[in-house]
Unconditional design. Structure first.
Length: 315
């Protein structure tokens, strides 16, 4: 179909009580695996990249590959900046055809976060690009994002309403217990669904009807993939993620976008490790990268059906 903003995706997701998957991309195989999986499930999707991914692949290469994937699959795709650290990075993405950006000012004091986010919103909206921001701090590590558990803070519901009112941001990433990386919990996984419900109600009461909420750090860190990695030489001991049933519950509420980066990395790594061990004589990158691509596609199909609920969202 087209390279689009997430506006219509989120509207349909909220009404249909499902979430759109936002999958981090770094190279051609990941883009192909994600979009082919989404196409098989007839689901729209969001392809997102961090500043590290921009530095690795380059925005023009990423845009070109994403456009090719849209042409190949015929699905709606939003190209999104994940955890944009500053206005300069946002401008690079907007100037290179991204349809959505996230500015992450969660590490600033509240008033500074508001001011910087508003600056990004004003610039992006003037160029027809939608904006996501973050309020609250998620623990964990992902590219440039590094927050220890002691400094993680849940999103304050009243502050969320004030933030949306003052910035005009199109969607809001909140902290309710998810975490970045492959080692999310030492004990039992817990998400604060009561807080999510309160935030949703307060936004609704303030006139922000069906306002889209975003969950970062929402990879499940699937045990079967971890087992496969470790079977073929990996050392991922104690890795754990967000249980599938919790994510499905969130996607049936106000959560319209669920971010998954770690799960993509793990699937790719498992496929490559398996290929190296089973065919040690092989040295053609198309072989082991093809296996990795297939594993990513299989993972995305599973996520869309069992976690996101966005099957046939292209109808």
């Amino acid at each position: 179909m087209a390279l689009v903003t997430s506006t219509e995706m989120f509207k349909k997701a909220y009404e249909g009580k499902y979430a759109i998957g936002a999958f981090n991309i770094n190279n051609m195989e990941i883009i192909q695996g994600v979009t082919r999986g989404a196409a098989k499930m007839n689901s729209a999707c969001i392809l997102q990249c961090s500043k590290s991914a921009l530095n690795y692949a380059g925005p023009k290469y990423l845009l070109g590959m994403v456009k090719a994937a849209v042409d190949e699959t015929g699905i709606d795709v939003a190209l999104h900046l994940d955890h944009g650290p500053d206005l300069d990075t946002v401008k690079v993405c907007v100037e290179n055809g991204f349809t959505s950006v996230m500015f992450d000012g969660s590490h600033f004091e509240y008033e500074e976060n508001v001011a910087k986010t508003k600056e990004v919103v004003d610039y992006a909206h003037a160029h027809g690009v939608v904006v996501e921001a973050e309020l609250g701090k998620l623990a964990g590590v992902e590219d440039e994002v590094k927050v220890d558990a002691a400094n993680a803070t849940y999103t304050d519901p009243d502050q969320a309403v004030d933030f949306v009112q003052r910035t005009g941001v199109d969607s809001l990433a909140i902290a309710i217990g998810t975490s970045h990386g492959a080692y999310k919990f030492k004990g039992e996984a817990k998400l604060d669904f009561d807080r999510l419900e309160v935030i949703t109600k307060k936004l609704d009461d303030a006139g922000f009807k069906e306002y889209p909420i975003v969950l970062h750090g929402a990879s499940s860190v699937d045990p079967a993939v971890i087992e496969l990695c470790n079977k073929y030489g990996g050392a991922l001991k104690g890795a754990s993620g967000i249980p599938v049933e919790m994510l499905r519950k969130a996607s049936g509420m106000a959560v319209c976008k669920i971010n998954m980066d770690t799960d993509i990395r793990l699937a790719m790594t498992a496929g490559i490790r398996k290929s190296f061990v089973e065919k040690p004589e092989a040295f053609d990158p198309r072989g082991y990268l093809g296996v990795a691509r297939d594993m990513i596609q299989e993972l995305v199909e599973y996520k869309i059906e069992k976690v996101l609920g966005s099957v046939d969202s292209m109808k």
